[in-house]
Design a protein around this ligand. Structure first.
Ligand code: ZN
Length: 139
């Protein structure tokens, strides 16, 4: 895949250097049957270093996952070789089944069918807490 000329796909740009891999795994990109390129430590005028993820397929991206991992990232949607949408990503107020509560006493560890829901409790610190047991999400 030529990473510079995506015809139809998604480019996640301005990822904080070092966050690309985590984003890649939380978005489940490794499990998809599409071409994905993860570029680490690309040079950026604005940021010095950044990571970039290019997905050469028109797939639905969970913006909440991006907002959770790296709210400064931008998402470019490319159709027919043209940039059709540029999105600035914000921190989601709520995360459903993105991360799992690790508290062994949490109800989600015994009630397997419960969704894992976290709520943004501190925007400054990017802190999320489990809605059931209030445990902080591990970073
Ligand atoms: Zn919990």
């Amino acid at each position: 895949m030529n990473v510079d000329s995506i015809q139809n796909g998604v480019v996640i740009d301005h990822i904080t250097a070092g966050c690309g891999m985590r984003l890649y795994s939380l978005l489940g990109l490794g499990a998809l049957d599409v071409s994905v390129a993860l570029m680490k430590n690309a040079s950026s005028k604005k940021m010095g270093r950044k990571d970039i993820i290019k997905i050469d397929a028109d797939i639905a991206i969970d913006f909440d996952v991006i907002g959770y991992v790296d709210p400064g990232a931008t998402v470019n949607i490319i159709k027919n070789g043209k940039l059709v949408e540029k999105r600035v990503i914000l921190m989601p107020e709520k995360l459903t089944n993105v991360i799992r509560c690790k508290n062994p006493r949490c109800i989600t560890s015994t009630e397997q069918e419960l969704p894992h829901i976290f709520r943004l409790t501190d925007k400054e610190r990017k802190e999320y807490r489990c809605i059931y047991c209030e445990a902080k999400a591990g970073r």
